[in-house]
Design a protein around this ligand. Structure first.
Ligand code: UD2
Ligand code: MN
Length: 574
């Protein structure tokens, strides 16, 4: 098994040598193969108290500023070309401890070169696009709190190595009051390893949270465009020009990179080759990935596409425009919510939010390894509520119905944020819901009926099983809970029976006679239509069958006006 793997590696190496640029293949057109996890132990350097001096000696392979694609030795280095490193059996218990403390395998990080190469994750077509040489330059702002040095520095190296020098104005590192001992010599490391003035390190005396820390970064930034990063990312091939180009075309655009995944315990660099996603959110303030609607995809798959909301990092925004639309709400604490607030604000105040398929950045997805003063839910609810009160208007009724505690939270003074809204004459939230995120159900607008849908025979209600995503899932029957996000359904004027994001649609199932009733995305899939009669039957108009109860849940069957199991009542929630 081991020798098969090694043989595989040798083959790959040969393959790579064959791929070296020649007169006919330009560098941009090279595509690195995707590697399997590298199953080597990392005996070489497992001291978790590794110092920056040790880094310098052990990990500086080649000159990162000259060698854009890493030195040729990388194919055999741990983690080279985005491969992962898997701990040996002997190391397992140590790794578990480390993961508990850091949520990231710093042992693995420490043996992977700081300037490793990652596979080109871009979709077909990106490699052939050319961007103007003259683009606005950028300040990259990276707040960090107790980030492990090799993780932080790999972020920095990847940016330096893979960004055109004339576009990279500066990298601003904001230490948000870290206590980690081995971050103390970061200044020295930066001084002796990077060009003077390229990297600015600001140390905050106390932890202020990532939102305030970013704003400190903005305060010292002098580039034309700002890009915010997390401190554990690795950029992909040619990631920067596509973002800057999108901003340069329209200065009120937020240009979002497409995120890849660096797995926290092996550092394998993973990505979706076959599809792109955007980000949605629902009334219970859950944020998720979802697919694009057909009408949002441009003529080319590589074309930027609009999105209803953003993740918090890896986006570019014109610095003047950032300030013009009110920066961030600095009173938000620690983590969370600033991404939604900015998404709403930019759309409502005349800007736009675009996904840029050809700019890709890997991010280590991990649980937050740090504390949230007062608790995570308190912190995020506070932040959300500040955004909700300023932007959502009456639509906050849905959020507050789901989490009543939010409504009475003391979120402090909002006058500064309100002032932005009136100064920029921003639109009402209704516009955002109807035009930018129509997937999200407005339960009580333009509908015939809405509420919980209770079955008369069982006294149970239709339930979406907290199901938010695209692929089909069966509708369920559960104890009525008054939870809008789980059991709110609207019968629209178009006849769709909608829950938060899906529509009820009967589908033939393989081994059952009944047509099972599924939930499917309303705007991406074709939604079924229903007719609600005076005798409280819900008839599927296409088949003429009525909503009923089957063995496993709701089904449709031949309508029977006598059948009590076919009687459904809309019950008011709010
Ligand atoms: C996601 C976003 C992040 C931010 C957050 C919500 C991505 C890839 N990540 O977070 O950018 O929008 O959602 O707020 O889109 N940090 C500090 N001080 C703190 C806490 C964190 O400086 O008190 C730093 C931290 O070291 C990291 C960055 O802020 O570099 C983001 O934190 P995270 O990585 O824990 O958050 P993540 O990825 O869950
Ligand atoms: Mn992060």
């Amino acid at each position: 098994d081991e020798s098969v793997k090694r043989q595989g590696m040798h083959d790959t190496l040969k393959e790579l040598q064959r791929e070296q640029p020649t007169g006919t293949i330009t560098r941009r057109e090279r595509r690195y193969p995707v590697f399997q996890d590298y199953n080597g132990a990392y005996e070489e350097n497992t001291n978790c108290k590794i110092t920056l001096e040790q880094f310098r000696q052990g990990h500086k392979t080649g000159n990162p500023l000259i060698d854009n694609y890493g030195s040729s030795g990388h194919a055999l280095t741990p983690g080279g070309f985005g491969r992962g490193v898997i701990a040996s059996q002997a190391e397992q218990s140590r790794v578990e401890k480390i993961m508990k403390e850091f949520q990231v395998n710093i042992l693995v990080s420490d043996v992977i070169p700081l300037n490793r190469v990652v596979p080109d994750s871009r979709i077909n077509g990106c490699a052939y696009l050319r961007y103007p040489d003259v683009l606005p330059n950028v300040s990259i702002i990276i707040p960090f709190y107790n980030e492990w040095p090799s993780v932080l520095l790999r972020t920095v190296y990847s940016v330096v190595n893979r960004s055109p020098r004339q576009l990279l104005h500066q990298i601003i590192l904001i230490d948000d009051g870290s206590s980690l001992e081995n971050l103390k010599s970061l200044e020295d490391y930066i001084d002796s390893n990077f060009p003077k003035d390229l990297i600015k390190l600001v140390r905050l005396p106390q932890r202020t949270g990532l939102i305030a820390a970013r704003m400190k970064g903005v305060g010292v930034a002098t580039g034309e465009v700002l890009i915010f990063f997390d401190s554990h990312m690795e950029v992909n091939v040619d990631w920067l020009p596509p973002l800057l180009f999108e901003v340069s075309k329209n200065r009120s655009t937020i240009a979002m990179a497409t995120l890849d995944y660096i797995v926290a315990d092996t550092f394998v660099y993973k990505y979706n080759e076959n599809y792109l996603t955007r980000y949605g959110w629902s009334w219970n303030m859950i944020f998720f990935e979802t697919f694009f609607r057909d009408d949002q995809i441009g003529a080319e798959t590589t074309d930027p596409r609009p999105g209803p909301s953003m993740v918090g990092a890896a986006f570019a925004i014109d610095r003047q425009y950032f300030n013009h639309i009110g920066g961030y709400d600095e009173n938000m604490s620690v983590w969370g919510g600033e991404n939604l607030e900015m998404s709403w604000r930019v759309w409502l105040c005349g800007g736009r939010l675009m996904h840029v398929p050809c700019s890709r950045i890997g991010h280590i997805a991990r649980t937050q390894p740090y504390s949230f003063p007062g608790g995570r839910k308190q912190v995020t609810n506070f932040n959300y509520e500040r955004a909700i009160r300023v932007w959502m208007g009456n639509y906050s009724r849905f959020v507050h119905s789901i989490d009543p505690e939010m409504e009475t939270l003391d979120v402090g003074d909002l006058s500064h944020r309100e002032a932005i809204k009136s100064k920029l004459q921003c639109k009402d939230f209704n516009w955002y819901l109807n035009n930018i995120w129509p997937e999200l159900n407005i339960y009580d607008e333009n509908v015939q009926y809405w509420g919980m849908v209770m079955n008369k025979a069982l006294g149970l209600c239709l339930d979406n099983d907290n199901y938010l995503f695209q692929k089909e899932s069966p509708a369920l029957l559960k104890r009525c809970s008054n939870r809008i996000d789980l059991q709110g359904f609207s019968l629209t004027h178009a006849g769709h029976l909608r829950t938060t994001l899906q529509c009820l649609t009967p589908l033939a199932s393989e081994n059952e006679e009944d047509l099972q009733v599924m939930l499917r995305d309303c705007l991406i899939d074709k939604a079924a239509t229903w007719n609600y009669s005076e005798d409280e039957h819900l008839m599927h108009t296409e088949s003429g069958l009525c909503l009923d109860i089957g063995n496993k849940g709701p089904v449709v069957r031949t309508c029977d006006s006598q059948s009590i199991t076919q009687i459904w009542t809309f019950i008011k929630i709010i």
